[in-house]
Design a protein around this ligand. Structure first.
Ligand SMILES: NCCC[C@H](NC(=O)CCC(=O)O)C(=O)O
Length: 446
């Protein structure tokens, strides 16, 4: 039996925009209200997917969500036909309106937490959509995320889907961005590391003072219970509150892991040495801990370049490489660090740079754009084949973007009734291309 780690990248939606919605996410705030390019954003994402496919990786596509979210605006009391709902909301409550227009589902590292079958009690792959309670605009995602994941992994013999955790800050859950699975080989039982920002039910524990901690320990523990994990294959690590206060809003902004490698910043965690020892003991095999010292790369450089929001991937020939945003190449200190890292003959042998600037401007790097699912060949064969990237799907999706996406979008365009029509046409066609069925509210309420 063969085993793979498959990356499912979020396709950028037709209303990709910069609305400054994520307090605590430096890039989101600093690019607030800049105009965006949905077309180039989607194409940058597709290029990265295709490049990984061409390296011999299995690559999938995760569909974006319907925005503007007219159904939520109606729940909030805006009435009339769809166009009237948009115009009233944009006039009377512009901040709420903008939140209901975010294309933030593109960052699929926040779509769900996934535990591979080798780790779970019932031997199935488990999925729990993230509730994303900390940000209103992101809290709109989990129901549709759950429907899309169920349409992609639509076989209960292999895949178990859970409902997202209760929608409350006590159980704030940001999905795979705060979850890393370690293993010797993808098919072997592994250890799942959950990184949390605060304790929800114990205020005596350390917590950030400036920016919010989005993930709670109690949420991580609930996901582990749902997935049938045990104490022997889980480790809970607290994120250093001081780095959250410097803009590290998810663990994947300060650490990334793959197989038996953890690449992380010196200041990433609380109680680092004990936790890493626990991780290695539970794995039962030697780990490669690659710690980046502050004197070489500051937390600020890490946040600006997304050195850790990189993908560590194992190529079919067994070499591990790092997939980094071009911002890392442009920063002399980070570029020098990466050069040194790959030239010293260690676990990571090469680095490839990708331009994902449209995503970076909202605080999402290469790692934010993908959801990892480790599977064996029988499980891969059970995935909806229409979401797996190949030459044909790549060409088809580029044509689809060319047909439906705008070159430029300003925040003021978001209540343009034509944009709603265009977006729905695009998404309706996409559900046919990907064979997802009716996953969007506009397809279900009609
Ligand atoms: N994993 C990366 C997530 C980035 C995402 N940014 C946003 O939602 C910004 C949206 C805006 O400001 O328009 C977030 O902060 O959760």
């Amino acid at each position: 039996m063969q085993h793979f780690e498959v990356n499912f990248d979020g396709l950028v939606g037709p209303t990709h925009n910069y609305a400054g919605l994520s307090y605590g996410n430096v890039a989101s705030l600093s690019n607030a209200k800049a105009s965006s390019s949905p077309k180039s954003a989607a194409k940058q994402g597709l290029q990265k997917m295709k490049a990984l496919h061409d390296m011999g990786m299995l690559q999938g596509v995760l569909a974006p969500q319907e925005r503007p979210d007219v159904a939520t605006l109606r729940r909030l009391g805006f009435t009339g036909n769809d166009h009237q709902v948009l115009v009233k909301a944009a006039e009377q409550a512009p901040a709420i309106f903008r939140a209901c227009c975010s294309a933030s589902s593109m960052w699929t590292a926040n779509a769900a937490t996934v535990s591979p079958s080798a780790d779970t009690a019932d031997g199935r792959v488990h999925f729990t959509p993230a509730n994303l309670t900390n940000k209103f605009h992101r809290s709109l995602e989990p129901h549709t995320t759950g429907r899309i994941l169920s349409a992609m992994f639509n076989n209960s013999r292999y895949f178990q889907h859970h409902a997202h955790l209760p929608d409350n800050e006590h159980f704030g859950d940001e999905g795979a961005a705060n979850h890393t699975r370690f293993c010797q080989q993808y098919g072997h039982a592994g250890v799942e590391m959950f990184v949390y920002g605060r304790h929800a039910f114990d205020s005596s524990q350390p917590a950030p003072t400036k920016f919010p901690a989005r993930q709670t320990l109690e949420a991580s523990q609930a996901v582990a219970r749902l997935h049938g994990l045990s104490d022997d294959n889980t480790v809970y690590v607290q994120q250093n509150p001081a780095v959250i206060d410097q803009g590290v809003f998810h663990n994947d902004v300060i650490a990334v892991g793959n197989q038996n490698v953890l690449f992380y910043h010196q200041q990433a965690f609380v109680d680092t040495q004990n936790k890493l020892r626990e991780l290695e003991q539970k794995l039962g095999h030697p780990m490669h801990f690659i710690e980046v010292p502050t004197e070489q790369v500051s937390v600020q450089d890490a946040v600006q370049t997304y050195l850790f929001n990189t993908q560590l991937i194992t190529l079919p020939d067994g070499r591990m490489i790092i997939v980094a945003p071009t911002e890392c190449e442009e920063n002399p200190r980070v570029a020098a660090y990466l050069q040194q890292l790959v030239s010293q003959g260690g676990a990571i042998s090469d680095v490839r740079f990708f331009d994902v600037k449209q995503s970076m401007r909202n605080g999402g790097g290469p790692a934010c754009l993908r959801l990892r699912v480790a599977m064996n060949d029988a499980e891969v064969a059970a995935v909806n084949p229409h979401v797996m990237l190949n030459e044909q799907l790549f060409t088809r999706l580029n044509q689809w973007v060319d047909k439906h996406y705008r070159d430029e979008l300003a925040v003021a365009d978001l209540h343009d009734p034509q944009l709603l029509v265009e977006s729905r046409q695009a998404l309706d066609e996409l559900t046919q291309i990907l064979h997802l069925g009716s996953v969007y509210p506009f397809q279900r309420d009609a």
